[in-house]
Design a protein around this ligand. Structure first.
Ligand SMILES: CC(C)(COP(=O)(O)OP(=O)(O)OC[C@H]1O[C@@H](n2cnc3c(N)ncnc32)[C@H](O)[C@@H]1OP(=O)(O)O)[C@@H](O)C(=O)NCCC(=O)NCCSC(=O)C[C@H](O)C(=O)O
Ligand SMILES: [Mg+2]
Length: 294
């Protein structure tokens, strides 16, 4: 697998209170699992969920899947205990909900150091408050700060709809400026970005359209709420055979001795520059990483 490339086409949420889902997740062909202690878990079930998640994570069995624990915010009665328990269990990442500014991530990063967390433990950040949208560039820039260890940002479109009163309509016109702002923030900070969830999980056509929109926007993948969304999501976010063949073709063309000193060439009637070859190498690397996984 190419160093640094980790496919994150799909990230399936599951409530930590649902023991059946935590077990079933071990059999699902999904890139990332988000074991949730936050909004999918009612207050009375928070402690049970924390115990179940930590036992599941520590027990292993999730193979290549990236295991992420979404904790409650530090301002809630559960946040501190969630963080300490998650660090002990040892997931791949901790997802911080309702991040407003870099300070929220810096505070957690300091606590990770105090708790003696492994250097491999990463932070993911939910982008789901109006403040996060206004501070998106600064939050994304945490990707450049090794102390903060930010590796991915996740759009929380349900909370964004709640907080802003914007409507989640087909095509998501009202959300587009925020989604694209966060894509730019993620790229500037060198971290991945995952699109929000599609609540109507029985609506396959609507879901496929929203996946296609996510790909067009430059998202690395999409967050999911039900296993039946995984295949459609992977079909959208995996490079197609045509994209892989084209990527190989333009790289081979630039490798020809006669093109060694050229910045732009013609391939099948199209102008291609070295930046396209670079983009193509990423496509190939993602495809190889997916193939190595399966
Ligand atoms: C949406 C659901 C409540 C539906 O549950 P249910 O009616 O039980 O579904 P099915 O009967 O169709 O389930 C079939 C089998 O699949 C398993 N299953 C279902 N969902 C999951 C899952 N998410 N992960 C793993 N396995 C799952 C069932 O156990 C059945 O298995 P089997 O027994 O073998 O037949 C439910 O899907 C659900 O709870 N989804 C996740 C909800 C959630 O986590 N929400 C929080 C995240 S969304 C969010 O907050 C985003 C963000 O913060 C924002 O603001 O936007
Ligand atoms: Mg949310």
């Amino acid at each position: 697998m190419t160093v640094g490339i980790r496919p994150r086409r799909s990230a399936l949420y599951m409530p930590g209170s649902n023991a059946r889902a935590l077990e079933k997740a071990k059999t699902l062909d999904v890139d990332c699992l988000i074991l949730d202690l936050e909004d999918a878990v009612v207050p009375d079930a928070k402690e049970l969920a924390r115990t179940q998640i930590c036992e599941a994570v520590a027990g292993g069995g999730y193979g290549e899947r990236e295991v992420v624990v979404r904790i409650n915010g530090l301002g809630t009665p559960w946040g501190e205990d969630d963080l300490a328990a998650a660090v002990k269990a040892g997931p791949d990442a901790i997802l911080v909900p309702k991040v407003n500014s870099p300070a929220d991530l810096q505070r957690i990063a300091l606590k990770l150091a105090v708790l003696g967390a492994s250097r491999d433990l990463k932070l993911w950040a939910m982008m789901e408050t109006p403040e996060a949208l206004l501070n998106a560039g600064a939050i994304g820039a945490c990707g450049k700060d090794p102390q903060v260890r930010l590796s991915c940002v996740v759009m929380g479109t349900n909370d964004l709809a709640k907080e802003t009163r914007a409507r989640l309509t087909p095509g998501r016109a009202a959300m587009m400026p925020w989604l694209m702002t966060c894509v730019a923030a993620a790229r500037a900070g060198g971290v991945d970005i995952l699109d929000g969830v599609y609540n109507a999980f029985q609506d396959e056509e609507g879901f496929a359209a929203e996946c296609a929109q996510g790909v067009e926007m430059g998202m690395d993948g999409k967050t999911l709420i039900h296993p039946k969304q995984i295949d459609t999501c992977h079909a959208a976010f995996s490079p197609t055979p045509e994209e892989i063949a084209w990527a190989r073709k333009i790289n081979e063309a630039f490798d020809q001795p006669e093109n060694a000193d050229k910045g732009a060439i013609q391939v099948e009637g199209k102008m291609v520059e070295r930046l396209h070859a670079q983009m193509g190498r990423r496509v190939i690397a993602i495809a190889e990483a997916i193939a190595a996984r399966s």
